[in-house]
Design a protein. Structure first.
Length: 122
C-alpha cells in the first residue's frame, strides 16, 4: 500500500535487489498527493545506461505479512511511464531480510529492523 496526504492505493510491485531506489508510477501523484519539497528531483540511470528523471516525494508504505500490517514513511521517486512499483533498497528493502527461492519463483520478506513511524494522515 502507498499512503499520501489525501488517499491510499494498493498496488503491485517488483522486488529489485539491484535497485538503490524505490520508484513509483507518476500517475499516483494525483491519487494520493505525496508530500513534495521543491527541487527534490534527480536523473537516475537504468540498467541499460538510459537516464530518466524522477521527482522525489514522501509517502507512507505498507505491507501485510502474516496477518500483521507494517507501515512506515519513505522518500521515494516518482517516474513517468512506470506502471508498477519498483521496490528497491532505499525506502523498502532496507527494512527487510529477503530470501529468494529461484526455482520456485517466490520471495520471503521478514522485518529486519525497526520501521520509521508512519506520518501520512490517511
Amino acid at each position: 500500500m502507498v499512503f499520501g496526504l489525501s488517499n491510499r492505493v494498493t498496488l503491485t510491485g517488483i522486488l529489485d535487489t539491484g535497485s538503490a531506489e524505490t520508484l513509483l508510477p507518476v500517475f499516483l501523484v494525483e491519487k494520493i498527493q505525496p508530500a513534495f519539497v521543491a527541487g527534490e528531483s534527480s536523473l537516475l540511470q537504468g540498467p541499460d545506461g538510459t537516464l530518466f528523471p524522477v521527482k522525489y516525494g514522501t509517502v507512507d508504505l505498507g505491507i501485510r505479512l502474516k496477518r500483521k500490517t507494517h507501515r512506515w514513511y519513505a522518500k521515494v521517486g516518482f517516474q513517468e511511464g512506470r506502471e508498477e512499483a519498483l521496490l528497491g533498497h532505499t525506502g523498502f528493502l532496507q527494512f527487510f531480510a529477503v530470501t529468494f527461492n529461484g526455482p520456485e519463483r517466490f520471495a520471503t520478506l521478514r522485518p529486519g529492523r525497526a520501521f520509521p513511524r508512519a506520518i501520512m494522515p490517511t
